[in-house]
Structure formats: C-alpha cells, structure tokens
Design a protein around this ligand. Structure first.
Ligand code: PFF
Length: 451
C-alpha cells in the first residue's frame, strides 16, 4: 500500500541525482556566502569543512543506513529498527522541521523569481551597486511584491508535487545541476579578474580566528547541516530507494563533496566582487541579491547571464523544496491516510499562511522581533541551528549507540565487501564526535559558552 504513494525513482542514479538536487540549493548559493560574510570568512569556512567531514558525512551515512536498511520513510524505519519503543515519534519533529524550513525558504525562492523577472525586463544592468542595494530594499519593503512572488513559487511547487515528481526531479537534477556548476565556474573566473579581487580571496581563504565566535561555530554547524539536507529525515526517504549494492560511503562523499564545492564556488564568485565594488561582506540575507547584478553587468551580454543564472538557481531551489515538501506530504498520506492530492493541498495551504508571515517580516511585520531577529530570521535560525542540527545529531547517536551493530556494518560494507576503515571512521564520529557536538550546543544555548 505504501509503495503506491511513495515517490519512487527510476534508477539508482536517479535517486543519487535527486539527492544531489535536494542538497544543492539556496543553502549553497544564497546562505553560505552571507553566513561566511557575517562570520569572518576563512575561519568560518574551515569550521564548516571540518563539520562536513566529522559530522556531516557521518550523519548523512546514518540517515542512509536507516533509509536503505528498511526501505521505509523515517517513521516506518524507526518503528522497524526500534520496535516497542517510542523513538518513531522523533519523525514528527522532522516533519515540523521540514515545514519550518519551507516557510522561509520559499520566500527566498520568491526573491529569485523577482530577479528572473527583473532580468527579463532588462533591469539588471547599467546600475551602480548602491542602486542595486536600493532596488532590493524597496522590493522586500513592498508587501505585495514579496508575497506575490512567494505565492507564485508555492503554486509552481504545488503543481510539481501533485503530478508525481519522480521523472521531473531526476531529469532536472541530472541536466540542470551540471549547467549551474559550469556557470558558477565561469562567474568565479569573471569575479577573480575584477580589480581588487585579491582582498576577497584573502577574506575567504585565510582564516582569521579572532573573528570567530561560539555563535559563528554554531552557525557553521547549522549551515553544514542545512546545506547537506540533514537532520529532518529527507535523506532517509531518498536513500530508501538506493540499491543494496552501492557504496553508501562513496555516495555520501560524492554528495557532500559536490555540495561543498558549489558553496565554495559561490563564495569565490561573491567575495572578490564584494571587495572590488567596495561593498560590505556582512550584509546578511540580501548579500547575493545586491552583488550579483553588478557582477553580471561586468560581462558582455550581462543580462542574458543574469537570466540564465537566476533560472538555474530557481531550478536548484525547486529540487530542494520538492524534497522538503515530500517529507510533509508523505507524512500526511501515510499517517493521516490522505490522498496525495489532498495532502498536497493541505500542506500548500499551511505553507501559504506561514510563508506569508515570513515574507511580511521585512515590511508590515518588521516590528516583531526577538533576540534581534525578525520572523524570517527566526525561522531560518530555528531550521538550521535547532531542528536540523539536533535532529541530525539525534540520528547519529541513535545509529552509533542504539542500532544493532550488525546492520551498521552490513550497510557500510558494501554488499559484504568489508571496508573496515569506513566502518571505524563512521562509528567513531557517530559515537563520540556527535555527542561532543551536542554538548557544545547545549552549553551554548544555556549561555555557559557565552556569545
Ligand atoms: N540543502 C538545501 C539547500 O542547501 O538549499 C536545503 C534543504 C533541502 C534542507 C532539504 C533540508 C532538506 F531536507
């Protein structure tokens, strides 16, 4: 019965491509540069990469182990792996995490739509960096515009979700992602050739640890988990379609490697330009929207590049929102016994309400703040630094300490061929590094580590 509703992939390659599609998105292109910019550049990136190695890949492996050993989604998998316990309830937290992520993520997708439109009408050239900055501010300051584009994106997402998505995501991920990659390389080269670009490269690649705070470390962790789509059971679902004879370690390394590469490329595209145009790296969420048009403007045929780039970012975002929506929709189908159509409608209605509030937090609701964050920032922070981080670490500890070691070994040693070092590395990180990271987060949130 479950099989009818689950998305299903045509091939193993399709499942892997879709997983890369889920991982590569606004997290890499929009979020990574501004997080790095706000947290001192190089040192943040170093912590981020360490986190990918010591936590990201192991947590990804633990989600893969849960998904592939059971071929079920999170709830069913936890029920099977840990019968007679209530661990399965954790899957509800994942659904909430996915929904919170979607609520702010689609707002940024709306911004991307606006920039596609601006590129189409030829408005992304012949302005100064200050004018681009004003353009962005006046756009997010206008409730109708931001909400309108957000709703349009949600509508497109809904249409894709309703139509069964398997072939679509596979195709988009297989063909559009490489193209996005090539464009990023091209834009990097262009940025690196700008006058004064060296400052930006230095900012990115030479770590200055005096700039790094405990908050910055936590942000780097959260960013790694957000970027790799960890902690909210998305990869459990996708890996339940992986075939039994593929190496999980190899897949995890390929996915994490590609994902991090895209993020670093995005940084190398943005920061040389930021310094060259005399802008500030700490601009926050608006960073790439202010800087990119000036970069394209430097290139011959700039607005064609702008249009192509924003279209590809749109596709990358869509393959990510699809994976996020699938978590909530599968839950409604399997737990509330709804049809796919109904589940999609319900999720969309809830999303319209939540994301409208997020979109309005830059204008009508900008007065509502807590801890110096507006509602959008809060959702963004909650999603990565609470739901994904704690969810991922929970999964790690569950697999490292509680899951039958035979299952772990069987899954990590591909088709019976044992890879001792892989098992040892993964188990070590899951058993020891993950709990230490949890302790760090606990101390940070209780204020014991200071800000
Ligand atoms: N990894 C995506 C990005 O970098 O844009 C965001 C994401 C997708 C997070 C799916 C979590 C998830 F389950």
């Amino acid at each position: 019965m479950e099989k009818h509703h689950r998305l299903g992939f045509a091939s193993r390659m399709g499942a892997i491509a879709a997983t890369v599609g889920s991982a590569v998105g606004l997290g890499n292109i929009w979020r990574f540069p501004y997080e790095a910019g706000q947290n001192g550049g190089g040192a943040f990136i170093l912590v981020y990469l360490l986190c990918v190695l010591l936590l990201g890949i192991p947590v990804m492996l633990s989600e893969f182990i849960i998904g592939r050993s059971t071929h079920k989604n999170m709830k069913g998998a936890l029920k099977e792996l840990s019968p007679n316990t209530r661990v399965y309830r954790f899957s509800y937290v994942s659904v909430l995490g996915a929904f919170i992520t979607l609520s702010f993520y689609v707002v940024v997708c709306g911004w991307v739509c606006e920039y596609i439109y601006q590129a189409l009408i030829g408005n992304l050239h012949s302005h100064t960096p200050e004018q681009y900055s004003e353009m962005f501010n006046s756009f997010v300051g206008s409730p109708w515009a931001v909400v309108g584009w957000t709703l349009l994106f949600i509508f497109i997402n809904m249409m894709v979700m309703r139509r069964g998505i398997r072939k679509g995501i596979e195709w988009l991920s297989k063909w559009m992602m490489p193209l996005l990659f090539v464009l990023l390389v091209l834009f990097c080269i262009n940025s690196l050739l700008l006058p004064g670009a060296g400052e930006g490269v230095k900012f990115l690649l030479s770590p200055d640890f005096s700039q790094l705070t405990f908050k910055g470390v936590l942000d780097a962790f959260g960013q790694a988990f957000m970027s790799l789509s960890l902690g909210i059971a998305c990869l459990v679902t996708y890996s339940s379609y992986f075939s039994d004879d593929t190496s999980l370690m190899r897949d995890a390394v390929v996915i994490a490697g590609l994902d991090s590469l895209v993020a670093i490329l995005a940084g190398l595209m943005i920061f040389p330009a930021v310094f060259s145009f005399g802008m500030t790296p700490e601009a926050g969420p608006k960073l790439i929207f202010e800087v990119l048009p000036s970069i394209f403007q430097q290139m011959p045929g700039g607005y064609v590049w702008a249009l192509l780039f924003f279209l590809l970012v749109f596709v990358a975002s869509l393959t990510s929102t699809i994976s996020l929506s699938e978590i909530a929709i599968t839950f409604l189908i399997e737990e509330r016994h709804m049809t796919r159509n109904r589940a999609t409608w319900l999720m969309t209605a809830a999303l319209v309400a939540m994301s409208t509030v997020c979109a309005l937090s830059f204008n009508v609701l900008s007065g509502i703040t807590a801890f110096g964050m507006n509602i959008f920032d809060m959702m963004n922070y909650l999603a990565s630094n609470v739901f994904m981080l704690l969810g991922g670490l929970f999964t790690a500890v569950f697999v490292g300490w509680f899951l039958d070691r035979k299952i772990v070994k069987e899954q990590l040693s591909t088709g019976g061929k044992s890879d001792h070092w892989v098992v040892r590395y993964a188990v070590f990180c899951l058993r020891f590094v993950a709990p230490i990271a949890m302790l760090f987060i606990f101390l940070f949130f209780t204020g014991l580590l200071g800000n």
